[in-house]
Design a protein around this ligand. Sequence first.
Ligand SMILES: C[S@@+](CC[C@H](N)C(=O)[O-])C[C@H]1O[C@@H](n2cnc3c(N)ncnc32)[C@H](O)[C@@H]1O
Length: 212
Amino acid sequence: MDHQFIAQQLRKPSGDFASKIAEKMNTGNKPLYDLTFKALQLNDGNRLLEIGFGNGIHFKELLSLKKELQLYGIDYSADMVKLATALNKKHIDSGKIVVTEGSSDQLPYENQSFDLVFCNMVIYFWENPGDHLNEIHRVLKPGGRFCTGMRTKESMLEFPFTKFGFNLYTVDEWTSLLAKNNFRVMNTLRSKTLNSMTLTKLFSLNRFRLRL
Ligand SMILES: C[S@@+](CC[C@H](N)C(=O)[O-])C[C@H]1O[C@@H](n2cnc3c(N)ncnc32)[C@H](O)[C@@H]1O
């Protein structure tokens, strides 16, 4: 299959191929979600936001991890929002899950709305990461945390489709970008079985601290 087409679909799944690419991502990225769920260190009643949820197949498992979680998801692919809505109808109808079509550089939420924000395999598509990180910072409560799950630059370069519009990062490059955007990196988890998959867990800085 054409690598450029795959790259476009991973960036924003759409059309006839959308459900197929979502299923492929579900299988390929399941180990990353397992790692993410551990790293989130959820508490009962947490309010959390996932950016770029794909078809949201993992939402049910996430909701089962603690009591009274409130889960929000935002994805700029209309087809992903549609699939996630169909797959999670019961929880969406009951109000436990709210999914919205939109982009992470213009989040439609009030300041200080979330205890946790996370995204997996999404940062490659941010042209101006500072715009997205600013928004994430804005919607986090003081002391809230942001987790990013990604494959590192070294492992992504093995995939030919990453030549087409992917912004790749080493762990050091990503963590220094976070630091420049008012996040303090708490730890980085790596899983060898995931071929250098990393997960960075962050605390937002106190909101009274001004950007340098
Ligand atoms: C490579 S897929 C990853 C899906 C899922 N997180 C996973 O790991 O399997 C990227 C997803 O992020 C969404 N996405 C990319 N950039 C986005 C943005 N700026 N705002 C919201 N969603 C975005 C895409 O539509 C797609 O669903």
